[in-house]
Design a binder for this molecule. Structure first.
Ligand code: G6P
Length: 485
């Protein structure tokens, strides 16, 4: 049966693992996109989620017909997929949007890049064709993220009747970084995005960089959001006279939908017996010391190394904290097919080991680093957080910044980077830092650890309220309404 609501994302709700005896097991993928969309789609039982097979185990699941209801996994040729996902989406577009290039050496746009780009286009085309096949007349299609930037344009050509939205979970590159891309590639990206009726971002900052880079003509001047959550796409309507606009399509609305968390769901998850067990184990290690908690994928943009350097500087500048604080850092593996990510993960481990060797004593380990994907342990760490450290160099939203204040038992002080999308909503009650300034981050950690309990509680209450303004289900329906309205 054709679907009325469709979502397209590279990653599906579950990914599979194949054991030596041939059994398949499934687990939830990491990252904000999956947690937000999974929660949102729980309230949309009729919706269809189209995603890619990410591994041989996923491909095996497709072959055996094992998948969740409401999910269609596309079995794309592994070589094409590898070029599209690792070669372009994660090595070029992610780096461009997060400003991660080491400019004396990268990027290099050569013949090999062109071949990978063809794979990226083919992979986007496969999504567009699957969506065209599954969508009912006039259906709403919500395309997710930089992996699928060409899908709205391609789908518009196949099915002009559909309502198409694109949502970007990352930042959008500033003009200088976008302009590094070869001209024809940049135009193609903009062409893809402007195939959508609605283009959504987490913050006004990213929406504005998009509009500047896409050369959108604004008929009414830059519209500012009415509320900090800014869920009023009608406030920002952009008619584009851009020559890149796909034929037949004359208008794209740009909206801001700041994804938040569902407080009740999250607290329920954080109080499962499995999490209680992890909490008991962590408490036994931490004792009555204070905790600084961070939870990230081992992701270059998360700035884990400078976070550790700041912690080291805290222990040097404020020796009174030695033996009285522990840094619980969860940095679970991500994108390990890319050498730069493997190297980064190794550097994180090395630096944590160095800090432990420098300051550790027989009964005190300064950093407890976990490089496993252990969601229950992360939730346990959230519950016992005195300080949350969120210091990305650039981040679309960063849901962890919203989750920790909601779950922390004693209230936590939030040290928050100006580069996180969450900064737009949470800055009033966070201790905000320039992510490159290690000394300022160390000073903020000291201030956070020293914050009087009443102030900490009051700030945490307001942070939790801001964090839950637009929970996933409402975030999703706001986009559907904007698309249909
Ligand atoms: C970010 C991206 C998501 C992605 C997630 C995890 O949140 O915006 O699209 O799914 O990272 O990355 P991965 O490469 O493992 O899907």
């Amino acid at each position: 049966m054709a679907s009325q609501v469709l979502v397209a994302a590279n990653r599906g709700p579950l990914s599979y693992a194949l054991a030596a005896d041939g059994t398949l097991s499934a687990r939830r993928g990491g990252g904000g996109l999956v947690s937000g969309l999974s929660a949102a789609l729980a309230a949309q039982p009729e919706a269809l989620w189209i995603c890619a097979a990410l591994s041989d185990a996923d491909r095996e699941a497709v072959r055996r017909g094992v998948s969740e209801p409401g999910v269609r996994i596309l079995d794309i040729d592994p070589a094409v997929y590898d070029d599209a996902y690792n070669g372009i989406a994660n090595s070029v577009l992610w780096f461009t949007h997060h400003h991660l290039y080491d400019v004396p050496r990268e990027p290099v746009f050569d013949a090999a890049f062109r071949r990978r780009w063809e794979s990226y286009a083919a992979y986007n085309q496969a999504f567009a064709e699957a969506l065209a096949e599954e969508a009912a007349e006039g259906a709403s299609v919500l395309v997710q993220d930089y992996h699928l930037a060409l899908v709205p344009g391609a789908l518009r050509e196949l099915r002009p009747d559909l309502r198409i939205a694109h949502f970007t979970h990352t930042p959008w590159a500033s003009r200088e970084f976008l302009d590094m891309l070869p001209d024809d590639i940049r135009s193609r990206l903009v062409w893809g995005m402007l195939g959508a009726d609605l283009v959504g971002f987490h913050t006004w900052a990213w929406a504005h960089t998009f509009m500047a880079g896409a050369h959108l003509d604004d008929e009414r001047g830059i519209a500012e959001p009415k509320s900090p959550a800014g869920v009023d796409p009608a406030e920002a309507r952009y008619v584009h006279k851009n020559p890149n606009s796909p034929v037949r399509h004359k208008r794209t609305n740009v909206g801001v939908f700041a994804l938040g968390v569902d407080g009740d769901d999250l607290r329920a998850l954080a109080h499962r017996p499995e999490v209680d067990d992890k909490l008991a184990a962590l408490r036994a290690e931490v004792g009555d010391r204070k905790t600084i908690v961070r939870v990230d994928r081992t992701e270059l943009s998360k700035n884990i190394l400078r976070g550790l350097l700041a912690y080291r500087e805290l222990l040097t500048a404020h020796p009174e904290w030695r033996g009285r604080v522990m840094h619980l850092a969860s940095a679970y593996p991500s994108r390990q097919d890319l050498k730069v990510y493997r190297d980064y993960t190794a550097s994180v481990r090395d630096l944590a080991t160095e800090i432990n060797a420098e300051f550790g004593t027989e009964d005190w380990q300064p950093v407890l680093l976990s490089v496993e994907d252990d969601f229950a342990r992360s939730l346990a760490a959230y519950r016992m957080a005195d300080v949350a450290l969120i210091n990305p160099v650039r981040d679309g939203m960063n849901l962890v910044a919203k989750e920790i204040p909601v779950v922390s038992e004693e209230g936590c002080a939030l040290v928050l980077s100006t580069g996180a999308g969450a900064y737009e909503e949470l800055r009033g009650d966070a201790l905000t830092v320039n992510p490159y300034d290690v000394s300022a981050t160390a000073a903020a950690l000291h201030e956070a650890l020293s914050m009087p309990p009443e102030e900490r509680t009051a700030r945490t209450k307001r942070l939790a309220a801001a964090a839950t303004t637009l929970p996933p289900a409402a975030w999703f329906t706001a986009q559907l309404e904007a698309l249909r309205g």
